[in-house]
Design a protein around this ligand. Structure first.
Ligand SMILES: [Zn+2]
Length: 331
């Protein structure tokens, strides 16, 4: 019997959890040094792993790693804006060096969050959408990640939702995250609040049922005429302000369009809405659920939509599930 180690790598910190049968789990958090090289980061990670695993008696047999970076099929980091020094790093050897002899698997953190939410909900077929700075997510079919770590990650944030929608950072128009990420929602909220304060002839604005009418031609690099920050949006959303309900409603409508489209393809049992931006807005998942129901077709019941249950722990839990698939005998 060997232990298994889950590692959730983030842009500013790394969460680690070691599980060995018959022993209480052990956890630690490593904070990256600002501006450090990839080599220094890996050294610090190795020290954190060694510290966590020392004195446990049983060797670590399997390691699952959740990564936010864009990684190619060979396991090389192609882009990671939060830790640019990792660009070009070959993750396979770097991660195998952490515990010599242990089996290591790596997957996108959104995919692994989906895996963990599916396990928690007891759903074999689940779509997960995480709304934050961008939109991540994952798809689990028959209890397994789709398309699977060997074939890259599921990029739900770049589903095209509106042909004439706003520009995405990827260069296309109308990607889900260009409409429904946290920054996109705040930008739209700022525009709508400014319109409310300075009404003009065209203030009979969309009531939130459309998805592509606001912020056309803007990108994440643009700033709204009147910035709204997240606490302001949350307060106005809870108070029922028109501008906040419209801005968030359009975000929910875009997510519902993605859920409805994915439902046509793979018939999930459940859709789960998580991520820091969504988690902080009370009733947001219910809003997505209502708009998903409105998109259902006769004879095709809508997929249930609910809020994520694991919060910030979902990717770490998914990393441990990934480790379990490597070594079914591990703790
Ligand atoms: Zn895109």
């Amino acid at each position: 019997m060997t232990g298994r180690l889950g590692i959730d790598v983030g842009g500013t910190k790394v969460a680690l959890r070691l599980e060995v049968a018959g022993q209480p789990p052990r956890e630690t958090v490593l904070r990256w040094a600002a501006g450090a090289t990839a080599e220094a980061d890996l050294r610090a990670l190795g020290e954190a792993v060694t510290g966590l695993c020392s004195g446990r008696g049983e060797p670590v047999g399997a390691i699952g790693v959740a990564m936010p970076a864009t990684v190619d099929h060979e396991g090389r980091v192609t882009a990671w804006p939060s830790r640019p020094s990792w660009t070009g790093l070959d993750l396979g050897p770097a991660l195998r060096n952490l515990v010599p002899g242990a089996a290591v698997a790596l997957a996108d953190d959104g995919d692994l969050a989906a895996l963990a939410e599916a396990e928690h909900a007891g759903a074999a077929n689940l779509v997960y959408l995480g709304v934050g700075t961008g939109i991540g997510g994952g798809l689990v079919l028959d209890g397994r990640l789709c398309p699977g770590p060997a074939r890259g990650s599921c990029e739900i944030g770049h589903l095209i939702i509106a042909l004439d929608g706003p520009l995405c950072r990827c260069g296309r128009r109308g990607c889900l995250q260009a409409l429904a990420s946290g920054p996109a929602t705040l930008r739209r909220a700022g525009d709508l609040r400014a319109d409310n304060r300075h009404p003009t002839d065209d203030t009979d604005t969309d009531t939130g049922t459309g998805t592509g009418t606001a912020a056309s031609g803007t990108t994440d690099a643009d700033t709204a005429a009147s910035d709204v920050d997240y606490p302001e949006l949350r307060e106005a959303w809870e108070a029922g302000s028109d501008w906040a309900r419209t801005a968030v409603g359009m975000t929910a409508a875009a997510l519902a369009a993605a859920v409805a489209s994915l439902t046509e393809l793979v018939r999930p049992d459940l859709a789960v809405i998580g991520g820091g931006f969504a988690d902080g807005l009370a009733g947001f998942a219910d809003e997505v659920a209502a708009r998903t129901r409105a998109l259902s077709r006769p004879g095709h019941p809508p997929v249930p939509v609910q809020a994520a249950q694991l919060g910030g722990l979902s990717s770490l839990a998914g990393a441990l599930l990934l480790a379990r698939t490597l070594d079914p005998t591990s703790g």
